[in-house]
Structure formats: C-alpha cells, structure tokens
Design a protein around this ligand. Structure first.
Ligand SMILES: [Fe+2]
Length: 268
C-alpha cells in the first residue's frame, strides 16, 4: 500500500511533533503494510512555507534512520497545498512542492466554503500541466451538502483522494456512507492516511483496504491503495479506467423557494 497524504515530517506543521514521534509513526505504518509514503506538510500561502532544502534534509535523515532500524518503507517529498488565489504562481515559482517531484499536486479546499476563484485556479493549474488531486473532499461541508460540486471537479479533470479514517467510519457514519457512495460512483482514485500523530490519526490503511475491498472489489481496491499511487511516483498519467457516474438523481424545488428551493438529494 502507498500512502499519498501524511504529516509525518516532524516539527513543520500540526503533524509529528519531533523525530521520535516521526519514527513511532513509521513503525506503525510499516507494521500496517504501508510500503511507500509521500510526506505532505501543509503549505498555506503567507502562513506556513518551508525551505525546500530543509524538507530534503529531514527526509534524508529519516530515511537513513528507517534503514538503520531495518524498516523498508520509502519516503517521498510533497506538500498539501491549501487552495488560494496564488496557488499556480506559488508552484511555478517553486515555493511549494508537487508530489514526489511529479506533475501531481495535492490540493486542499477550505472546510466549509468553496472559494469563488476555485475553478479558475484549477484551470490555471491544468494549463500549467499539473494533475490536481483533491484532498479528502468527503470532509468538506459544501461537498457533503452538494456532492455534484465534486462531480463537476472530476469532470474538469481532477482526481480524488479520500481519508482512511473516513472509510473506517472513525469520523462518523455519515461521512463513511458518503465516502462509500463516492467509491461506488468511481469518484475515488487514491487513499491517504492524512496521519498527524501516533495516536488517533495514525498512519494505518489496512482496515480501510478491507472495507474498500468489500465495497468495490479487490481489483478497484488495489488500484486505489497501490497502482494509481505508483503512477504518481513514476510521474505517469493516470487515465481513470472507470467512468465517474453522475450524482444521484436530484429533484428541483425551484417553485418552492420559501422552503429552501434549490435541490434535494434523493439517495446521496
Ligand atoms: Fe492533511
């Protein structure tokens, strides 16, 4: 299994606090069967920015300690990029990292509001040759309320990563059900632990793999947990094999605007 979303690099963001916690998290990951892991500290324009050399040095230090301990896990560089108006120029200017030096970028949206410039930024990223992976959309209030927004991003060319904890139901049964629906509709391309510590948000994928296998079968589970992620590491284009199905039927109540109007989801 390959984890494409982790906050395992110590002392950079709200992830691992120190080198010891990084190593403990790696032991958990190794034990769980994770073979490769992309490290994705938060990049937030004007707030959390890093020196690329510093990240590289930390990665090298940790990788050699991994080998000293006889573990096999391999680490790769990256960032979780917070959506903002300047994202494409920040990338172009080298202020933040793609995943494993590939053309793939992991992009996070605000939790409850989709900024009005989001589509423009996504198109700017596509034009520059980046392949956009949306981080854990199942967690965003806007997308929980209106899953068709996510479908639109997928139709535009975005790929999707969901969190293992959402699959497992650790963040609630509603989010688990939504994640399952995303998988059944072929809206999910990658998994990530989004691990932040050795405790609750630890780097584990195996339980999520078992559930995914039950939901969509072994072949698709292997693609989501391994084969698709390998394409990032090889910087190969991922052409989704399965057509994303449109959102569930919606019913418009435009004639009843005083009752909320808009759309009601019948089975999402
Ligand atoms: Fe994250």
């Amino acid at each position: 299994m390959i984890d494409i979303h982790s906050h395992i690099l110590y002392g950079l963001d709200d992830g691992a606090e120190d080198l010891e916690e990084t190593l403990e998290m790696l032991r958990i990951a190794e034990e769980d069967g994770i073979k490769k892991m992309i490290t994705t500290p938060h990049y937030i324009y004007g707030s959390t920015e890093y020196d690329e050399e510093d990240i590289e040095n930390r990665l090298n230090t940790i990788q050699s300690l991994i080998e000293d301990e006889g573990m096999e896990i391999r680490l790769f560089s990256g960032n979780e990029l917070y959506m903002d108006y300047y994202l494409s120029s920040s990338l172009r200017q080298g202020h933040c990292l793609t995943l494993a030096d590939s053309n793939y970028v992991l992009v996070e949206l605000p939790m409850d509001v989709v900024p009005s410039y989001t589509e423009n930024v996504l198109y700017a990223l596509f034009e520059q040759g980046y392949r956009v992976i949306l981080a854990h959309p199942e967690r965003y209030g806007t997308i929980q309320r209106e899953p068709e927004i996510l479908y639109r991003y997928i139709e535009m060319g975005c790929l999707v990563q969901v969190n293992a904890l959402s699959v497992n139901g650790m963040t609630g049964t509603k989010m688990q059900e939504l994640t399952k629906r995303f998988m059944e509709k072929n809206w999910v391309h990658f998994i990530g632990s989004d691990c932040h510590s050795k405790r609750v948000r630890a780097p584990r994928l195996s339980k999520a793999f078992e559930l995914t296998e039950q939901w969509v079968g072994k072949k698709k589970a292997q693609e989501i947990f391994d084969e698709n992620a390998e394409k990032i590491l090889q910087n190969e284009e991922l052409l989704p094999k399965y057509k994303a199905e449109p959102p569930a039927r919606t019913k418009t109540f435009a004639f009843l605007p005083f009752l909320g109007g808009g759309k009601k989801h019948l089975d999402f």
